[in-house]
Design a protein around this ligand. Structure first.
Ligand code: SF4
Length: 445
């Protein structure tokens, strides 16, 4: 029975959400989901039960574009009311050509436009402030104990194989105070690991002239080293992604050696031949990557380095490829991904000459991965017999799946822990490493 003065409850409009793409797109999805929840919408898992579906797309490479177009098609077929956002949203004509019936298209990190499009279709329900269960830090798509912290949008570089600057615009850093405020809220909300992401993390603050602000009674610049030393005060794991080997990156290595940041760097190097790096127009291509890596490991011997490489880039000769193999043998990187070059519509590299035949490029990828597999396995063996701090991601009947400082979620390996006492996700424990292979470690506690 309804109490006097109470309004009849209107069911909250239901929104379906599809999130594609990289961790940066995931952060966009989290922001939109947070806003939807804050405004009282209900986020549902199935297309059929939703009143409307938002698709956050990826437009990075051809395969991702196809996947996005397919996801839009599926949502239209199953539900009929679809709003498109994200990187592919910048290519509205392409989307309309395939799917003229989509209701609205917005670009990446345009949260307001997405919300306006949602409002136009489904006005927000009246809110009851006492029933809002939204956590202060927002809704996260990642497990509760880790979160991506996006410090800037866009990129000032012009890598010839990439159209992200065209899609996402020039570098726009978030002021250091704002980033630290968000990090604090996430930690208060139970996050144990912060993954710092940007298109170019090393360039953080360049666009703002590094202007800073006060946080916890101390002045910090909007700059990578300052941000890292402040994040190091939060008492949680802090992991850096998408860092280029510029000289100032050396300033964060002592923070790793001191245990303030995880001894982990994700540096997308893409190649080692100076000729190919020049053709790729890579940032920090002139920097001596090998020299820097040796210098960093002198300061922090346990530093784990992850990188990605492209083989079969137009013009890549046997000599270039040999230089790349020599580089990975010498650099002894820990975690490595390798992709065969694939053209992206609108990228400058499409105009380059001397394309590498597909079978040869694939053969190079195979040789590269075979060489790296031995290096990765040897790098992991050094942990056997040691005790490491690990963060538990999940617990099953077979044991716990955890990660050490050397494992970023989703992209690196795991530590499989046999345990005698109960464990729960999000717990940080010490475990003794008993075995290793090319990707993963085994441990007991
Ligand atoms: S650094 Fe290069 S690859 Fe990365 S987003 Fe910028 S242009 Fe693209």
């Amino acid at each position: 029975m309804m109490a006097a003065g109470q309004q009849p409850a209107h069911p909250a409009p239901k929104i379906g959400f599809v999130s594609l793409g990289c961790p940066k797109a995931l952060v966009d999805s989290e922001r939109i989901l947070t806003q939807l929840k804050v405004e009282g919408y209900q986020v549902v898992g199935g297309y059929r039960e939703a009143d409307l579906v938002v698709v956050n797309t990826c437009g990075f490479i051809e395969a991702a574009q196809q996947e996005s177009l397919q996801a839009i098609g599926e949502a239209l077929a199953e539900n009929g009311k679809v709003i498109v956002t994200g990187c592919l949203g910048k290519r509205a004509a392409l989307i309309r050509e395939h799917h003229p019936e989509v209701l609205a298209i917005t670009g990446p990190h345009d949260y307001e436009a997405v919300m306006q499009a949602v409002h136009a279709q489904l006005p927000p329900p009246a809110r009851n402030p006492y029933l809002d269960l939204i956590p202060e830090s927002g809704i996260k798509l990642t497990p509760r104990h880790y979160a991506y912290l996006k410090i800037s949008e866009g990129c000032n570089h012009h890598c010839s194989f990439c159209i992200i600057p065209k899609l996402r615009g020039r570098l726009a850093s978030r002021p250091v105070g704002e980033v630290l405020g968000e990090a604090e809220r996430l930690v208060r909300d139970g996050v144990r690991e912060l993954l710092v992401v940007a298109q170019d993390t090393s360039a953080y603050g360049v666009d703002m002239g590094y202007t800073g602000s006060e946080w916890r009674g101390k002045q910090y610049r909007t700059q990578l080293t300052d941000l890292c030393s402040a994040l190091g005060e939060l008492g949680v794991w802090v992991r850096l992604h998408y860092v280029y080997p510029y000289p100032h990156v050396s300033e964060v290595i002592p923070l790793m050696a001191a245990g303030k940041l995880l001894a982990y760097l994700d540096i997308p190097l893409q190649h080692a031949s100076p000729r190919i790096l020049k053709a790729m127009r890579r940032p920090a291509a002139g920097e001596k990557a090998l020299q820097r890596i040796h210098e960093w490991r002198r300061i922090c011997p346990d530093l784990t380095i992850r990188s990605t490489f492209i083989v079969g880039f137009p013009g890549e000769t046997e000599q270039d490829f040999a230089e790349l193999l020599a580089f990975i043998r010498e650099a002894q990187l820990d975690r490595v991904g390798c992709f065969v070059y694939s053209p992206v519509q609108g990228a400058e590299a499409n105009r380059l000459q001397d394309w590498v035949p597909a079978e040869l490029a694939e053969e190079r990828r195979r040789i590269f991965m075979h060489t790296q597999a031995e290096i990765s396995a040897a790098r992991l063996r050094r942990f056997v017999g040691r005790e490491l701090e690990v963060l538990v991601d999940s617990v099953t009947q077979e044991g716990a799946v955890a990660r050490s400082f050397a494992d970023a979620p989703e992209i690196d390996g795991v530590v499989r822990v046999q345990h005698s006492r109960p464990l729960r996700p999000g717990q940080v424990i010490r475990a003794r490493i008993t075995g290793s292979d090319q990707h993963d470690l085994a441990a007991v506690t």
